[in-house]
Ligand binder design. Structure first.
Ligand code: SF4
Length: 99
């Protein structure tokens, strides 16, 4: 079963190089712009976090992606600054089952 999962993932990666997929297999999700660090190569910490997506908005994204999503890259800011980070992850686990 795990072999089929990786095979499907590989197929999506290869196909994405030749055509536009109906839905993305990979998304880069900025869950917050909040960050306690002050890295010189990044200015995101100078922004005031605002209009962050709610759980129901993440759920809407996840439902629309469904099983096509194989790769979720969670980023920020500092994602752990969100108290509901585990809830966000769980939404994608529940709504985007690959098998
Ligand atoms: S988001 Fe990352 S790179 Fe930017 S300030 Fe925070 S820790 Fe540094």
């Amino acid at each position: 079963m795990i072999f089929l999962k990786y095979l499907d993932f590989l197929k999506k990666i290869i196909l994405a190089n030749f055509k536009q997929l109906k839905r993305p297999y990979k998304i880069f999700l900025v869950v917050t712009k909040s960050c306690g660090s002050r890295c010189s190569n990044c200015l995101i910490w100078q922004e005031k976090p605002s209009k962050e997506l709610s759980i129901s908005e993440f759920e809407l994204i996840a439902v629309n992606l469904g099983p096509s999503l194989s790769w979720l890259n969670i980023s920020g800011g500092e994602p752990t600054d969100r108290d509901d980070l585990l809830e966000i992850i769980n939404v994608f686990i529940q709504k985007c089952p690959t098998y």
